[in-house]
Design a protein around this ligand. Structure first.
Ligand SMILES: NC(=O)c1ccc[n+]([C@@H]2O[C@H](COP(=O)([O-])OP(=O)(O)OC[C@H]3O[C@@H](n4cnc5c(N)ncnc54)[C@H](O)[C@@H]3O)[C@@H](O)[C@H]2O)c1
Length: 367
C-alpha cells in the first residue's frame, strides 16, 4: 500500500492542477492533509473534474500562465513550496500540429521557467517533471522503450516533451547536482484513462460522449498499440517518486511509468473491453448497446506501436501497477454510469481513489 502520510502538512505546488491528472492528484493530496497550491490556466475543458469537485475552493489555486516567468516567480516567493510537481502543458498531439509554436512555448519554456523558479527558491527540495512516453524516437519497435533510448519525439507535442527532458537534464547538471540540495526527476507515463476526463481527441472521453448521445463509437486508429493505464497509476507514481527522492536525493532520475506488457493493448481492444463493461452495467432507461466502428480520418502522423519498459521504477521503488486494463475500464464505466445516474462527482472520485489506495479496506485509514 502507498503510504502518503509523508505529505501531511507539506507545502506542495502543482502546475497544471486544473487538468485531468491535476484534479486526481489534488484530491489524493487533500486526503493526506497536504498544504496544496496550484498554478495553471483555467480548466482545459468545460465541464471539468476540477470544477465539478469544487477543488478551487478547497486549495490555494492561482490562475497563471507557465510562460509568464515574472508571475511564476512571485508565486514561488510567496508560497515557498518544498515539493513541486510540473504538469502544466499543452498535452494533445493533434492540437500540437495546429498550434506548434504555442505547444513549444508552453512545454519547453514553461519547463525552463519552472526550473528557474525552483533554482531561485531555497525551500524547494523535490521536483518531478511530468513528460510522456512519447519522448522517445519512435522506431515502431515491439520491445518497450527504456530510459536510455534516444529522446526525439516526432510531432510538436512529443518533441516539446523530449526538449522538456533535455532542459531538465541541463538544469540538474548545471545547478542542482552538488550545488543545491534538490532532487529532480522526470517521469514518462503512457496514455491515461479514468472517470471525469472530458478532453477532446482522447479515446475514452470520445466513447463516453458517444454513449451519452446514443451514437456508435468512432475509432480512428484501432490498431495503434499504447500503454493505456488508469490515471491513478502515474499520479501515485509521481507522488511516490517526489516523496522517496525527498528522503533520498540519490533516487532522483528519469522513470518510465506504464502498465504490465500483457495490458498494453490496441485502441480497438481497449474499446472492445469498454463496450463489454458498458453493456454489462446498463442503467435506467439506457437502451443503447455500446459498439464501435473504424473510421480513419487521414489525421496527422501518430506512432503505431508504443510500449514502455518499466523495470527501472519497479526495481528502484518496488512500484507495480495496481489495476490491469480490465480493472481500469471497470472503474471508468462505474464513474461514467454514476454520473449519468446523477451521483455526486466528488463522491465518485473519492470512491475511485479510496478503492485504488485501498483506503476502503480495514486498516486503510489515512491520518
Ligand atoms: N493524459 C495523458 O494521457 C498523458 C499521458 C502522458 C503524459 N501526460 C502529461 O501529463 C500532464 C497532465 O496532462 P493532463 O492529461 O492532465 O492534461 P490536461 O489538458 O487535462 O491539463 C493540462 C493542464 O495544464 C494547464 N496549462 C496548459 N497550458 C498552460 C499554460 N500556458 N500555463 C499554465 N498552465 C497551463 C491547464 O490549465 C491544465 O491545468 C501533461 O504534462 C501531459 O503532457 C498526459
Amino acid at each position: 500500500m502507498f503510504d502518503f502520510t509523508f505529505y501531511r502538512g507539506k507545502k506542495i505546488l502543482i502546475t497544471g492542477h486544473t487538468g485531468f491528472k491535476g484534479s486526481y492528484m489534488c484530491e489524493v493530496l487533500l486526503k493526506y492533509g497536504a498544504k496544496l497550491y496550484g498554478y495553471a490556466l483555467d480548466p482545459p475543458t468545460d465541464p471539468s473534474l476540477f470544477m465539478l469537485c469544487g477543488l478551487q475552493e478547497r486549495m490555494d489555486s492561482v490562475q497563471g500562465d507557465i510562460r509568464d516567468l515574472a508571475h511564476l516567480k512571485r508565486v514561488f516567493e510567496k508560497v515557498q513550496p518544498e515539493i513541486v510537481i510540473h504538469m502544466a502543458a499543452q498535452p494533445i498531439v493533434r492540437e500540437s500540429y495546429q498550434r506548434p509554436v504555442e505547444t513549444f512555448e508552453t512545454n519547453v519554456m514553461g519547463t525552463v521557467n519552472l526550473l528557474e523558479c525552483c533554482r531561485l527558491t531555497e525551500s524547494v527540495k523535490s521536483v518531478v517533471n511530468v513528460t510522456t512516453d512519447k519522448v522517445y524516437r519512435n522506431m515502431e519497435w515491439s520491445r518497450g522503450y527504456v530510459e536510455t533510448d534516444v529522446l526525439d519525439g516526432y510531432d510538436p507535442y512529443s518533441n516539446s516533451k523530449s526538449c522538456s527532458e533535455l532542459v531538465t537534464h541541463s538544469y540538474i547538471r548545471s545547478f542542482f547536482q552538488g550545488q543545491r540540495d534538490i532532487a529532480v526527476s522526470t517521469c514518462r507515463a503512457g496514455n491515461v484513462i479514468g472517470g471525469g476526463d472530458f478532453a477532446r481527441d482522447r479515446i475514452i472521453p470520445d466513447c463516453i460522449r458517444a454513449m451519452e448521445r446514443g451514437e456508435e463509437i468512432i475509432v480512428r486508429n484501432p490498431s495503434s498499440i499504447r500503454p493505456y493505464q488508469h490515471v491513478l497509476e502515474p499520479v501515485c507514481a509521481y507522488l511516490m517518486v517526489a516523496m522517496e527522492q525527498h528522503k533520498d536525493p540519490l533516487l532522483a532520475d528519469c522513470y518510465n511509468v506504464g502498465p504490465e506488457d500483457a495490458d498494453c493493448c490496441t485502441t480497438g481492444e481497449l474499446v472492445d473491453i469498454f463496450c463489454k463493461k458498458w453493456n454489462e452495467k446498463r442503467v435506467g432507461e439506457e437502451n443503447r448497446i455500446a459498439a464501435w466502428k473504424n473510421r480513419s480520418d487521414q489525421g496527422p502522423h501518430e506512432a503505431g506501436l508504443l510500449r514502455l519498459d518499466c523495470d527501472k521504477i519497479k526495481r528502484t521503488f518496488g512500484w507495480m501497477p495496481r489495476w490491469n486494463i480490465e480493472a481500469a475500464l471497470e472503474e471508468v464505466v462505474r464513474f461514467a454510469k454514476g454520473k449519468i445516474e446523477g451521483r455526486d462527482i466528488l463522491a465518485l472520485l473519492d470512491d475511485t481513489i479510496d478503492s485504488y489506495l485501498m483506503l476502503d479496506e480495514p486498516g486503510g485509514v489515512i491520518i
